[in-house]
Write a protein that binds this ligand. Structure first.
Ligand code: PMP
Ligand code: GLN
Length: 390
């Protein structure tokens, strides 16, 4: 091995393998029902799959422009206007990315100097911590406290310093399923405006809201020109493997994130971009059907887990529900999830890895309900074999 230094630079050590890959590997090893990684076991709309196949047959198989194919950028602009009344210029303000993951990375790497601080809410999606570390920036977290996962506004104020560069928000929120309400968003917007901060909002679950409504942070007063709004076709159409995401942002921010984006992936998935453009053009019925389907699965899983004795927090959106495992006799979510696939044949995600405050996250486990009714029933029947369940 050349040299004595570890190959991985110091600030990325500790990232390890993502918890989602780790738990899926255990699920595969034990042939478990995978309520861990958030991907649906139900196919997305056939018409959109056909559009991808058509695009391949029609020869749309070479590099897309770095900003994305015009048809998709226009479809995203139309979607943002139709759904939220937000106007974005398809050429100068919309960028197609390799999933929301790349949009997040490109943005954070583009705008954060070494030592800048990024304020985000805890628990946080794992790639935020990785991107902040890659940028050499510093993470500051504000706690979302159960049962409703509200944050303390004073804590948010205290998290802001002279080095704060941005607030990074995820609504609807993974893993809690929280949908930030108007008052909370107004408070976040006020902090951004008062301290002249950028905002990055991860809205990949924008179409998966069961109670309440999703409000993009960019639609609040003073936010349009300081916000990067990120979303993805993965969750909205149940095609997580296509990795087509996007970022909507004012021209100066768009130019910044395109600069990094062009050296990350440059461009991706040309035929899938055409198919997603077609999907967005189908309008609201596709999303309504998706919401209805997952609302029923949410109710099924949450009721089932509660009946088994888990303390399940209300979830208003996303693919996920959070359960406290203490009432069924466990207190270490990591150990619980590592043994669960082998023990009863179910996989879940320990939330402790998404917390800086490990004590709070320790007993919390995320279960995904983006699965068929049969699979959820099977998972519940298997969980009933745990000794502490009722
Ligand atoms: N943000 C959140 C909150 C997520 O749950 C995910 C996983 N879908 C992503 C970003 C990444 O999305 P994509 O698969 O489009 O890269
Ligand atoms: N977003 C998905 C989840 O939260 C996983 C994506 C991934 O595996 N990185 O489960």
């Amino acid at each position: 091995m050349p040299g004595r230094r570890p190959h991985l630079i110091a600030r990325l050590q500790g990232l390890g393998t993502t918890i989602f890959s780790e738990m899926t590997a255990l699920a595969v090893q034990h042939d478990a029902v995978n309520l861990g990684q958030g991907y649906p076991d139900i196919e997305g709309p056939a018409e959109i799959r056909d559009a991808a196949i058509d695009a391949i047959r029609e020869g749309r198989n070479q590099y897309a422009p770095g900003s994305g194919v015009p048809a998709l950028r226009h479809a995203i602009a139309e979607h943002q206007h139709r759904r939220y009344g937000l106007r974005f210029d398809a050429d100068d303000e919309i960028t197609v990315t390799a999933g929301a993951t790349e949009a997040l990375a490109a943005t954070i790497l583009a705008v954060c100097e070494v030592g800048d601080e990024v304020v985000t809410f805890e628990p946080y999606y794992d790639s935020y911590a990785a991107n902040i570390a890659m940028a050499g920036a510093v993470r500051r977290t504000v706690a979302l406290r159960p049962p409703d996962f509200r944050f303390d506004p004073v804590e948010l104020d205290r998290a802001i310093s002279a080095r704060t560069r941005m607030v990074l928000l995820n609504t609807p929120h993974n893993p809690t399923g929280k949908v930030f309400d108007a008052a909370e968003l107004a408070r976040i917007a006020a902090v951004c405006v008062d301290h002249d901060l950028l905002a990055v909002t991860d809205e990949v679950y924008e179409h998966l809201v069961f109670d309440g409504v999703h409000v993009p942070l960019a639609s609040l007063d003073g936010m349009r020109d300081r916000t990067v709004t990120i979303s993805s076709a993965g969750k909205s159409f149940s095609f997580t493997g296509w990795k087509v995401g996007w970022a909507c942002a004012p021209p100066p921010l768009t130019r910044a994130l395109r600069t990094t984006k062009q050296f990350l992936s440059f461009t991706n998935g040309t035929p899938f971009q055409y198919a997603v453009a077609h999907g967005l053009s189908l309008g609201e019925p596709v999303f309504d059907e998706l919401t209805a389907r997952y609302r029923a699965r949410r109710d099924q899983l949450c009721a089932g887990l509660r009946a088994l004795g888990f303390d399940v927090y209300p979830t208003s959106g996303t693919y996920f529900a959070t359960a406290d495992i203490r009432p069924v006799g466990f207190d270490d979510g990591m150990a619980f999830c590592q043994h669960l696939p082998g023990r009863v044949g179910v996989a879940a995600v320990p939330e402790v890895v998404l917390y800086d405050d490990k004590r709070v996250g320790a007993p919390l486990v995320r279960f995904a309900f983006c699965k068929s009714e049969t699979l959820i029933d099977e998972a519940l029947a298997r969980l009933a074999k745990l000794p502490g369940t009722s």
